[in-house]
Design a protein around this ligand. Structure first.
Ligand SMILES: C[S@@+](CC[C@H](N)C(=O)[O-])C[C@H]1O[C@@H](n2cnc3c(N)ncnc32)[C@H](O)[C@@H]1O
Length: 362
């Protein structure tokens, strides 16, 4: 469901091009420079419709990217599941997860209930409309409060661009009520949001959760406290022509989307330490792509070393890579999990690497 043409009929309010341009611009301003005016956009049917038309189909793409970086699903899939999409807006990540589970042919989808929760009644109405139109077979409930936990049902909570709106203290209070087995966060890719997600990470690691993504281990973050640097992912997305057109109308580029994705679970993760039958391989998360020269790619990778999580500079020579491989590597995204073999440690601390593989499941 990433095409605006297929959503247009289901919007709460149909908008002309001029209204769409104004409303997307207004939302963008509230989410960035004008954050003091953030509250209340969910009470305006034109803004809710513009959000649903533009941010839903672009945001949705971030979830499969994050899930494809994991070695498996953060919960077992053989018992009933309930998905809590908290701050669901028009249903963005609940629908994205539903589509992803359906594409994986996950059999317990029939035993999975989706709870769409939002403080804004118009957002819930918009989500209900899309559900009726696009996913009539989905077992779904819509409301403003967290449902009681049921025995024998695993709970996965999705937080899409909402922790930054509710703040750390409200999130702490919510966590006690929600008590999820696993959580997926997709928050803005800003430094401010990184600070907040670092607090959330500390809270969850101290509360019996394991981090599945983006960190290899729950040790001290090597980026925390560094001036002007923060850990985030950058998704290079392909947009349908109708969504790209909305972006052009509003003057916003959503083909490159920075965001912060984190995944936690109470369940032990397995297989995240690299490809099992490659004993010399090292795995980590691409932290930053540096400019590549004629001869090599230069990246920084966050990985587990003897002294804990560290940022390591790596250099991948191009000479043994096919043209097709070079083209693929030029398009990879920060946040992608990779494995590689270390060929040589260079004098300046850079690792020369080879045999790069993507630890993706998608
Ligand atoms: C930026 S939208 C995100 C929508 C969707 N998750 C997405 O990422 O596309 C944030 C949503 O969170 C809701 N929200 C903010 N604070 C909330 C709270 N304390 N409780 C419930 N919903 C909240 C807002 O009403 C809004 O619909």
């Amino acid at each position: 469901m990433t095409d605006f043409d297929t959503l247009a009929d289901g919007l709460l309010q149909s908008l002309t091009d001029a209204e769409m341009k104004r409303c997307i611009g207004e939302l963008n301003d509230r989410f960035t420079a004008g954050r003091h005016r953030l509250a209340g956009y969910g009470d305006d049917p034109a803004l809710v419709s513009a959000y649903a038309a533009f941010y839903l189909p672009t945001n949705m793409q971030k979830l499969p990217f994050v899930l494809s970086q994991l070695s498996g699903f953060p919960l077992t899939l053989d018992t009933p599941l309930e998905i809590i999409d908290f701050g669901c807006g028009p249903g963005t990540y609940g629908f994205a997860l539903y589509e992803w589970l359906r594409a994986q042919h996950v059999s317990p989808l029939n035993h999975t209930t989706f709870h769409f929760i939002d403080a804004a009644p118009l957002m819930l109405r918009q989500a209900q409309k899309f559900r009726q139109m696009r996913y009539p077979e989905m077992t779904a409930a819509f409301g403003a409060s967290v449902p009681q936990r049921q025995a024998g049902v695993q709970r996965l909570a999705l937080f899409g661009n909402v922790v930054n709106e509710m703040g750390g203290s409200a999130f702490n209070r919510l966590l006690a009520r929600l008590d999820p087995d696993a959580m997926i966060f997709i928050e803005p890719g800003t430094q401010e949001s990184f600070r907040l997600m670092s607090e959330v990470r500390t809270l969850l690691l101290g509360g019996g959760y394991q981090v599945w993504y983006p960190c290899a281990k729950g040790e001290a973050c090597p980026v925390a406290g560094r001036d002007g640097e923060w850990c985030h992912q950058v998704l290079k997305a392909s947009l349908s022509p109708s969504v790209a057109r909305l972006g052009q109308l509003a003057g916003l580029d959503r083909t490159i989307m920075p965001f912060i994705g984190h995944v936690y679970s109470k369940q032990n993760k397995s297989g995240l330490e690299g490809i099992p039958d490659a004993p010399l391989s090292v795995s980590g998360t691409l932290f930053r792509l540096k400019t590549h020269s004629k001869h090599a790619f230069f990246w920084e990778v966050c990985l587990q070393t003897e002294t804990g999580l560290s940022l390591v500079k790596v250099e991948l020579p191009k000479k043994n890579l096919t043209k097709a491989a070079q083209k693929n590597l030029a398009r990879i995204s920060a946040g992608q999990r990779i494995s590689f073999n270390v060929q040589k440690m260079l004098g300046d601390g850079t690792w020369r690497i080879e045999n790069v593989r993507f630890d993706t499941t998608g």
